[in-house]
Design a protein around this ligand. Structure first.
Ligand code: HEM
Length: 552
């Protein structure tokens, strides 16, 4: 059988797609019986499938088991059971599946086909199209009139007996027993002939899983409820990657505030920036704490779906405040002080956190021998716990952050690849990533679990180019001491000077990253390094704000 909904053949290399090397492998589950053990941060049940295997888990029809995959996969898109059922029922109220023929005739998928094929569907060696088209390998339409969005799907799902059958292409599918002749859809090529009516294993899950069944029955009895549920779930599915409401344009954008949008009202309150800065300096919070808190609050922003970021100060709410990456104990102490300053000055907590980062950074720059102001743009608002849905926000948890030399577990992907993924999510170039890592290391902002890895300086807390200087210095050799740990040893004395992770060494071993590291190691580039660092820092601090397009 053929797989369907193949993602790009040439998948982006800075994204982790899962560790499988063959299509439809099942090694992304800790325990294949427990579908919630799907490896984080993956969402699809298989590499190359958008949702789940339409024939059933591991190609075996079993709607109750498939329901678990559907629940997990849609859950990781922030969908609850009602939304998931509405999407599946509504989505398959139109259209058909294609599997009428021999799958060995299939050529490469559209994205992998020759340029002359022009993406006109999935080419077959025997020229098969139309009636003989094969994509998923399942064959037939879901309803009698697959070109009309009607309510027949639920009638079929709930009022017929179904049997598991093989399609002409050899895929498992479900077909209704004793379906009346007039309810069979017409053949694509010859309207005088009848075609098959079929459901996938995931469709059957909408009747066989007890929770989905209750919802399907409710939809069947109350078409208005179904229509509203579908409209809302469809809008969510197609707009989740647009971030919050501030990103919408045009007259059709709904006025209603939807919880999943993660909206934050901007703060219009004026406050005295210099006064807040002075209070932060007087607070005795360490530079390191100021910088880390601003970084942690901003680093969740993902350019891919415009979620996360510092606006809203959600770092003080659940689930963020308990994330291991945020070092909860340290965080709560810092937040107590910053929240108090915000309260006294009228600044939003979100602005105070970012301003604290600027204060910390300006002090570190001064200690390094330069004077550079860190730009600050107020206007962030504070969101409430009620505006912060756990099931949507929990997926933003940073399971790794190479900028703080942090990896939560021992993943199958190398720490330097994870660093690249985060940099890509943040929209950083290779040069920006290099500059930021070098600066963060000497600022001493490593996660507590990383200790001093990569901190190649004697002046921790001063923004200097020492990381690069020592990284490219040939007086040292590097020795592995564990899976993700190395000692940097003086060739002459044989003494251990520093320790490092793979997310440090990659800046010496990769030729492109090394070229940037060498630029920043230059004696005459010390100031350039500081200025570049400030510019990139500012970009991250403002990344989640629509106004930032003007600010950066
Ligand atoms: C629950 C998991 C889902 C599974 C396993 C699944 C599976 C499939 C399969 C096997 C096909 C046939 C592809 C082909 O052979 O050409 C298909 C087509 C389709 N699906 Fe889904 N699907 C799922 C969810 C959805 C959702 C959420 C929507 C939209 C809200 C949707 C909308 C459609 C439509 C409109 C078609 C027809 C395309 C056409 O007529 O060519 N599906 N789906």
């Amino acid at each position: 059988m053929v797989s369907f909904f193949i993602l790009q053949k040439h998948t982006e290399k800075d994204v982790y797609w899962g560790k499988e090397t063959v299509p439809l492998a099942v090694n992304r589950y800790g325990d294949p019986q427990d579908r919630s053990s799907l490896e984080a941060p993956l969402a699809a049940s298989h590499f190359q499938l958008v949702y789940v295997n339409p024939e059933g888990v591991e190609g075996k029809p079993d709607p109750v088991r498939t329901a678990m995959d559907v629940r997990e996969t849609f859950g990781r898109m922030g969908m609850n059971d009602v939304e998931t059922a509405a999407l599946t029922v509504g989505g398959h109220s139109i259209g058909r599946a294609h599997g009428n023929g021999d799958p060995t005739n299939l050529g490469p998928e559209p994205a992998g086909a020759d340029i002359k094929e022009q993406g006109f569907g999935w080419v077959q060696k025997n020229g098969g199209t139309g009636v003989n088209q094969i994509t998923s390998g399942l064959e037939g339409a879901w309803t009698t009139n697959p070109d009309k969005w009607d309510h027949q799907y639920l009638d079929l799902l709930l009022n017929y007996e179904w049997e598991s059958k093989k399609s002409p292409a050899g895929a498992w599918q479900w077909e209704p027993i004793n379906l009346e002749e007039e309810k069979k859809p017409v053949d694509l090529g010859d309207p005088t002939k009848k075609a098959r009516l079929m459901f996938t294993d995931a469709d059957m899950a909408m009747a066989m899983d007890p929770e989905y069944r209750k919802i399907s029955e409710k939809f069947y009895k109350d078409p208005k409820f179904f229509e509203d549920s579908f409209a809302r779930a469809w809008f969510k599915l197609t707009h989740r990657t647009m971030g919050n409401k501030a990103n919408y344009i045009g007259p059709w954008a709904p006025k209603e505030d939807l919880l999943w949008q993660g909206n934050v009202q901007p703060s219009k309150k004026k406050f005295n920036v210099e006064k807040v800065k002075k209070m932060i300096v007087a607070s005795k919070l360490s530079n390191k704490d100021l910088i880390i808190t601003a970084w942690d609050s901003a680093r969740t922003y993902r350019r891919t779906d415009k979620r996360g970021g510092a606006n809203g100060a959600r770092i003080r709410l659940n689930p963020m405040k308990n994330w291991e990456a945020n070092e909860p104990k340290r965080l709560s102490k810092v937040l107590k002080v910053l929240e108090n300053i915000a309260k006294k000055t009228g600044a939003s907590i979100a602005d105070t956190i970012i301003l604290a980062g600027s204060v910390g950074l300006e002090k570190a720059i001064k200690k390094g021998g330069f004077k550079v102001k860190v730009p600050f743009h107020p206007g962030r608002g504070d969101s409430t716990q009620a505006q912060t849905e756990n099931r949507n926000f929990k997926w933003l948890e940073p399971l790794h952050d190479g900028f703080r030399n942090f990896v939560k577990s021992d993943y199958s992907v190398m720490p330097e690849e994870l660093l690249l993924e985060r940099a890509s999510l943040m929209g950083l170039t290779a040069q920006e990533m290099t500059c930021l890592v070098g600066g963060m290391r000497v600022l001493g902002t490593n996660h507590e679990s990383a200790k001093n890895k990569g901190v190649f300086t004697e002046k921790v807390g001063s923004l200097t180019n020492d990381f690069f200087l020592n990284l490219v210095d040939m007086k040292y050799i590097w020795k592995p001491t564990g899976k993700n740990s190395y000692d940097i040893i003086d060739r002459k004395t044989n003494k251990v000077k520093y320790t490092a992770s793979r997310a440090d060494l990659v800046f010496g071993s990769n030729s492109i990253l090394r070229s940037y590291a060498e630029v920043y190691a230059q004696d005459d580039n010390k100031e350039k390094f500081v200025k570049d660092f400030v510019a990139i820092w500012t970009k991250i601090m403002n990344a989640d704000r629509i106004e930032s397009r003007k600010l950066n």
